[in-house]
Design a protein around this ligand. Sequence first.
Ligand code: PLP
Length: 401
Amino acid sequence: MKNYRDDFPILSRTVYGHPLVYLDNAATTQKPRCVVEAISDEYYSVNANVHRGVHYLSQQATDLHEAARETVRQFIGARSVAEIVFTRGTTESINLLATSYGEAFLHEGDEILVSAMEHHSNIVPWQLLRERKGISIKVIPITDSGEIMLDEYESLFTPRTRLVCVAHVSNVLGTVNPVGEMARIAHAHGAHIFVDAAQSVPHMPVDVATMDCDFMAFSGHKVYGPTGVGVLFGRESLLEKMPPYQGGGEMIARVSFERTTYERLPYKFEAGTPDYVGTHALAVALDYVSKIGMEYIARHEAELTLYAMHRLGQIEGMAIYGTTPNKCGVVAFNVGNIHHLDLGTLLDRLGIAVRTGHHCAQPLMARYGVEGMARASFALYTTTEEIDALAEGIEKVAKMF
Ligand code: PLP
């Protein structure tokens, strides 16, 4: 693996006098220089509101914003830019979907399926919808090693099942779910499928046509882009039937007090001034990883994951959650009786940043009978030396207890 670390200035800083070992990439990735510079360059030399201006800067900012949409379209293999809705992130994408899809397609008594390993952002919006609409939510069970139980999944379908909501990659277990097969089964039962790709888009090639999903979402900040920008992909034929999520400027064709008509896709779902600097910087981030190659990144992180599973697995008292071989980029664990918060705090004193707690997946914590876990998560710049540092750090901490 070529050394890309120099592209990320933050990686050379120290924490408590130790070189930073940043292993919290599932929460957010660090930003390469080109992304940070794209943001400051645009504010310094292009900035103007998009879509509404005839003047030069507005046209230029609009061109960058719409070029970013095309970059996203190509990156995820969507058919048309009409299918690329810019949002604030995965969470907003799912709230948009739940509200708007729910309004168009779901009625009292309808059912949706949600997996046991979902992030809260792929649970709570559906629960809010349940309160509003009287739908029911069924949980797709998982095995002890952290895999979807496909037979059980299929047996949950009834004539009232409308939608499946599943993570492509679990942010805790790292499991890569068989979303293509799950889509095939959903479609065979006349249901749609939404794939939460927040943890797959940064780590592997993701193609909505190959997955055959109806909706998909991801966040810019987890794929080396800025915070505050994300994407909802939706099949054009479905988005056409869905009502707007929010009202305001940008999303209308014509407004009168008697009647308002809406803009064409995707603008119908993009009320107000978009984060046009963010969308451009996201495109710069996607170009950056494309140049390195998503296959290349996937291979590198698969090797790191294997190495970490092996190295951490040798530590006395180690319990690793998510042991399927088909996992990517994340290792969640507890060690003996050490509280995960103590473990994380003491590792931090050694310059090692891991995440601790419930990882916004409390139902999954309950599935494993724990309150929380520590989690190390990797990125294209992670090295085996950093995993060694983590393992040595854990051993050092364990000796204190
Ligand atoms: N879905 C998954 C699987 C995630 O890991 C996360 C964030 O950790 C989210 C959704 C929410 O992403 P965001 O906070 O960027 O909206």
